[in-house]
Design a protein. Sequence first.
Length: 383
Amino acid sequence: MQKANKFLPLSRPEISKETIDDVVKVLESGWLATGPFTQKFEQKLSEYFEGRKTACFTSATAGLQASLMAIGVKPGDEVITTPLTFVCTANVIAMLGAKPVLVDIDRNTFNIDVRKIAERCTSKTKAIVPVHYAGLSVDLDEVYAIAQEKNLRVIEDAAHAVGSEYKGRKIGTFGDIQVFSFHPIKNMTSGEGGCVTLNSEEELKFLGLQRFHGIDRSIWDRFSKNGSCYYDVVMPGFKSNMSDIQAAIGLHQLQEVDEMNERRRYLSDRYRAAFSDMDDKFWMQGIPSYDFVHSGHLFPVCLRDASLRDNFMSFLKENSIGTTPYYTPLHLFTYYQQEFGYKKGDYPEAEYIGERIVSLPLYTALQESEQDYIIEVIRNFFK
Ligand SMILES: *Cc1c(COP(=O)(O)O)cnc(C)c1O
C-alpha cells in the first residue's frame, strides 16, 4: 500500500476562480460590510428556498440565538434538542437562560428519537430544535405533529442540510424556522456565515434589528430626505450582520451547491458500496423509511468495538487521513453536568454512538483514487 503523497483532510471547501474574482471586486468597491452583495445573497437564498423569507448572519450560531429570541425564549423556558450535535445548538439556549432539554437519539439514523419527544414536554417547553444530523432529515412530520399538539415552535438546526430533502421537499422551503451554516467545513460556505429561513414578516424584522444593534433606520427615513445619518434604537442588539465579502463567496457557492452535493452523494455511495461487507466491523448511517435526499455533508461510520476508535483514528492519521468524532454527547460536558445536572448514563443511545462514531473525509475535490486509498487503509486496519 502506497502512502498518500498529501494529507487527505476531513473536509475542504472548493472555491472557484469566479468566487475569488468577486471577492476582489468587493474589496475594491470600498464597501466591505453589509451591502449590495448581502442583499443579493439573501434574495438568491430566498429563490433557492422557494420564496421563504431569509436573513443572513455571521454564523448559524448567531442565527440560532436570534431565532430563539424572535420566538420569545426567556429565562426559565425549556427547549428540546438532541445530545448528538455541535455544542452551539444547546449553548444558545443556555445563553438565553433557558434549559436545553435533551432527548436521546435513534441508533439507526443518529437523529433525535422523535418517539421520545412528547414525554419530555412540560408546561415550560417553548420549542423543539431538531438537528438534521450529517444532512439526513429528521422525521419532520412527526416533529411538527408534536409541535402542533403541544403548541410549540420549531427551529430546525439545518447547519448540515443545505440541499437536503424530506419527503420530496427541500429543507428550508417549509415548516417554521430553519437555520443553515456556511462555515467552511459545511457543504456550502461563505467563509463564516449563516442564514435563517422563516415565514413571519414580524420575526424577520426582529432578526434584522437583533443582528445590528437594534438600530431602526426606517423610522428616521420617514422624516429625513437622505435618511442615512439618523437612526433610532428600539431594542438592544448584537453585531452579527453578514459582510459583503462573505456574501460574495456565498453567492457563488449557492449556485454550485446542488452540483457539489451530487458529488458528495456519489462519493458517499462509493463508501457504502466499498464497505458493504464490513458490517461486523462498523456500520453506516441508517436509511429511514421515509423519502429523503441527503446533503452529503458528513460520512460517519460507527465502530462495533468502541475500544478501537482511538487506534482507528491514529492509524488513519499516520496514513495521512483526517477524521473527527462528531460528536461528544452534550450531557458529558462539564458545563451541562454542573448547570443542568446531566450525568453519564442519561442518554444511553447518544453515548453508545458518541463512543463509536467517526466522520471520514468527504469533500467535492476528493478524487476517486484518493477515496480508494482511504478505503484500502480502513480495510487494512481491520485485517
Ligand atoms: C456547524 C454547526 C453549527 C454552527 O454553525 P456556525 O455557522 O459555525 O455557527 C450549528 N449546528 C450544527 C449541528 C453544526 O454542525
